[in-house]
Design a protein around this ligand. Structure first.
Ligand code: ATP
Ligand code: MG
Length: 660
């Protein structure tokens, strides 16, 4: 069903710079292969060694992998640790106490710095405050807070007392928040009065009130409110408490609560790109281990780096690569409250210049929109900024189209910085396929090779390995420490979604299609398996056609979907955002024709979209991913009845409805 016949071969290859290789944690392909060989020889021993070396255990583990109740795998089960200790306390005695942990830049440009010692104190007070509200180990706590030092402290405070947090992105509605509160059975909501984004004050507390008023949230005892703006809020007596009042009486020492390795550190709902969000449950030890290792391996983190991951704490990227990974390895990181386009679309580049950022990690959606912005307004073009502090770039969230990769490489990285195109998912806990910046030769649009210990493969619908050059299902064959443990409250959906019978019930199914290069074995993600196109019996991924469209100089962004057709099975319908304003009438027809011919030339006539619709934007999740499942419905001219709770911009659906 999901196999893909072919994929356009990308010819360009970029080697990591020699001095990068020399100084890298994993230096050169031989070092990479040595780690892979170690994992292949003694899989459990490999992970056990790394877990011993990287994690501070309060009780050492003796068990390694437990597969007795597969696919509900357990790692290091009898070990005990505290994740917050591993992120903070370890730095009080290793020389990092006075090192800056977080450089926080507010929406208005105001900058605040906190050291590891200060952050530790803040988290301890927060944790003691939570304890004073009788929040205990195992309780679930919803965090609905903006990007802030306090948001990160809230997560760390939960980890410190062994409460399981579930962060809900601050852009979500009362209804989405309500659903998550109920699903998680949370005892408290940690929120803020307002959040500030792009010069606007947006309410959070009143949305929490609205969510709780929807009813059924009987488990909630308290709402803790961080005062961000001091704007008007209503308080419910006894239930609601200000964070500053809660912590002011607390001592700055809070003994970290040891938890079992498998204790759920958090539940996080997926983006909803392909359906109703799933409450992904993660462990403590395995998750932390991979957060640390990937900081060292993929990001090659060094003591002097200024690291910036632009993701919000509401997404998995903000969990692993803002709250846990960077702190656990003692990095100095930027935390940014605002948006990339305020006060103008040069904000990211201005911040890189100002803070001398050396590692920068963002999403293709941001890159594509900043390319469009730089094209429209030369004054915000990255070439106007001094970006020479950068040494490494990263991308995450969607396939990065080769042309966007090239722009990122050239204009942001100055052709000097390796790009880690990190493929991973909420469910994988951290990167699973990515170039290593001091080893892997890079190919634009390819996430290249699995990280050491990750048994990624491409298989057919029966779970049989496919040869290189043949596209199919992306799977991970063996359980790894940072993998999803369950879907909260829904073990059946967990088994069905990720370990289907057809693949034998033990192989992790990612839900994405992939193809490996015939010579190099490099992985390229071809698109979601639900989105595979079938044109006259020819199977194609969405990513290839979208990348061909984006390679046209007029195009900023594109999404393609299949539309049922009696003769060909399916025809291709493309939704396109141009760098210029949306064309209409004859002009739209003319540009559509040009783009059809372009795709025919780039890939072949079979890939030519039959229909092209232009929009000012595409329907996206709040994390910036294209929602092709909605476009499929629009292409068929049907009404949308699916879950759109995570859709960012519902208004755009109207615009894309009409055939041009
Ligand atoms: P849902 O599972 O609810 O549909 P989602 O899959 O968008 O939502 P996430 O876990 O945030 O939720 O995203 C993971 C997905 O993002 C991957 O399965 C893949 O489709 C895409 N992705 C992430 N990084 C990359 C990358 N570097 N290259 C290609 N695709 C990527
Ligand atoms: Mg997913």
């Amino acid at each position: 069903m999901s196999s893909i016949e072919s994929f356009k071969q990308e010819e360009r290859v970029f080697s990591p710079p020699a001095d990068f290789v020399t100084n890298a944690a994993i230096s050169g392909m031989d070092a990479y292969r040595a780690l892979c060989a170690e994992a292949a020889d003694d899989y459990e021993g490999f992970w056990a060694r790394l877990a011993q070396q990287n994690i501070h255990w309060t009780k050492p583990f003796t068990k390694r992998l437990d597969e007795s109740n597969a696919p509900f795998y357990k790692w290091f089960e009898d070990g005990e640790l505290n994740v917050s200790w591993n992120c903070l306390d370890r730095h009080l005695t290793n020389g990092n106490a006075d090192k800056v942990a977080i450089i926080f830049e507010a929406d208005d440009g105001n900058v605040v710095r906190v050291t590891y010692k200060e952050l530790h104190e803040r988290v301890c007070k927060f944790a003691n405050g939570l304890k004073s509200l009788s929040i205990n180990k195992g309780d679930r706590v919803i965090i609905y807070m903006p990007m802030s030092i306090d948001g990160i402290a809230a997560m760390q405070a939960c980890a410190r007392i062994g409460a399981t947090h579930s962060v809900v992105f601050g852009g979500f509605s009362a209804k989405s928040l309500h659903e998550r509160i109920i699903d998680a059975g949370a005892v408290a909501v940690l929120t803020a009065d307002y959040q500030v984004r792009g010069g606007k004050h947006l309410p959070l507390k009143s949305i929490v009130d609205e969510a709780l008023a929807l009813g059924g949230c009987d488990t909630i005892r308290n709402v803790v409110v961080y005062k961000r703006t001091g704007g008007a809020v209503e308080f419910v007596e006894r239930r609601d408490v200000w964070l500053h009042e809660l912590v002011e009486q607390q001592t700055s020492e809070c003994a970290p609560e040891p938890v079992g390795a498998e204790h759920p550190l958090f539940i996080l709902y997926t983006s909803g790109s392909t359906g109703k969000p799933k409450g992904v449950q993660h462990s403590s030890a395995g998750y932390l281990l991979w957060a640390m290792l990937t900081m060292k391996w993929t990001f090659d983190i060094k003591p002097e780096d200024v690291y910036w991951c632009t993701a919000d704490i509401g997404w998995i990227t903000g969990h692993t690569y803002v709250t846990y990974g960077p702190l656990a390895v003692g990095a100095t990181q930027i935390v940014f409250e605002g948006v990339p386009t305020y006060p103008n679309a040069g904000r990211f580049w201005d911040m890189v210049q100002k803070h001398k950022v050396s590692i920068f990690y963002t999403a293709p959606t941001a890159i594509r929109s900043l390319i469009k912005a730089a094209d429209a307004d030369p004054s915000v073009h990255p070439d106007n900024y001094d970006l020479s502090s950068l040494r490494l770039l990263g991308s995450v969230g969607e396939p990065i189209n080769p042309e966007a990769w090239m722009w990122y490489y050239k204009h942001i990285g100055g052709e000097r910085c390796p790009i880690a195109d990190t493929f991973w998912q909420t469910e994988t806990g951290g990167h699973v396929i990515s170039p290593l910046p001091g080893a892997t030769p890079m190919v634009p649009g390819s996430c290249t090779l699995p990280l050491p210990g990750i048994t990624a493969a491409v298989v057919d619908d029966g779970g049989h390995d496919l040869p290189n050059g043949k596209g199919g299902l992306l799977v991970i064959k063996r359980p790894w420490p940072s993998m999803i443990r369950n879907i909260w409250n829904d073990p059946e959906r967990f088994e069905k979604s990720y370990f289907p019978h057809e693949l034998g019930g033990r192989t992790y199914l990612a839900g994405d299609g992939a193809i490996r290069n015939e010579e190099t074995g490099y992985f390229t993600i071809t698109g979601r398996i639900d989105d595979v196109l079938n044109i006259s019996g020819h199977r194609m991924g969405t990513a290839e056609i979208e990348s061909a469209l984006v390679a046209n100089p007029m195009v900023a962004e594109a999404a393609v979907v299949g539309k049922p057709d009696e003769t060909t099975g399916e025809t291709i319908c493309a939704f396109v955002v141009l760098k210029r304003t949306r064309p209409e009438g004859d002009e739209a027809k003319q540009i559509a024709k040009e783009l059809r011919d372009w795709v025919a030339k780039e890939i072949g006539p079979i890939a030519k979209p039959k229909e092209i619709r232009f929009g000012d934007n595409l329907p996206k999740t709040r994390s910036g991913k294209i929602m092709r499942r909605l476009l499929r419905v629009l292409a068929k001219d049907e009404a949308i009845t699916q879950d759109i709770s995570t859709l960012e911009n519902p208004a755009i659906l109207e615009q894309l409805k009409q055939a041009q």
